[in-house]
Design a protein. Structure first.
Length: 146
């Protein structure tokens, strides 16, 4: 009976180790997949700087959505004329307000939030997405305060 208890104890210990190892491997796989998916979506996003932003606005005119994903206070302090405000935290719930057939230029303060917003757009079927990587900190064009 003692030998049976010892075998049972050892078997339980091995299973616990295997369970920990299985969970560890699963977490590693999920992290790697998450990184791979982020890289894949990021590769579809076109990174643009100020001169290209000005060119895109002139080229597309009304066929481009200038999407500002900053907060309301930041937007009120100054934004690119004709831009639409949808704060990053609201974007996933307000995607239906945007036309998937149009190009989208995403703007924020420095280019970080806009990159996250661009990833959301790509994952939701928007095909032509530009990230203004310098953001409003780099903008030297006209500013609107409406």
């Amino acid at each position: 009976m003692l030998k049976l208890k010892k075998i049972f104890y050892e078997g339980t210990r091995v299973l616990k180790k295997m369970s920990f190892l299985g969970v560890f491997v699963a977490v590693i796989v999920l992290v790697v997949l998450g990184i791979a998916l982020r890289i894949k979506s990021a590769s579809k996003i076109k990174q643009v700087e100020t001169e290209t932003v000005k060119f895109l606005i002139a080229k597309y005119k009304d066929d481009i959505i200038l999407l500002d994903v900053r907060e309301k206070e930041e937007y009120r302090a100054g934004h690119i004329p004709k831009s639409v405000l949808i704060p990053l935290g609201e974007l996933a719930l307000r995607l239906n307000e945007l036309d998937k057939q149009k190009a989208v230029l995403v703007i924020c303060r420095s280019g970080n939030r806009s990159l996250r917003a661009a990833e959301i757009l790509i994952k939701n079927g928007f095909n032509e997405v530009f990230n203004y990587k310098g953001g409003m900190l780099s903008w030297d064009g006209d500013i609107a305060f409406d």
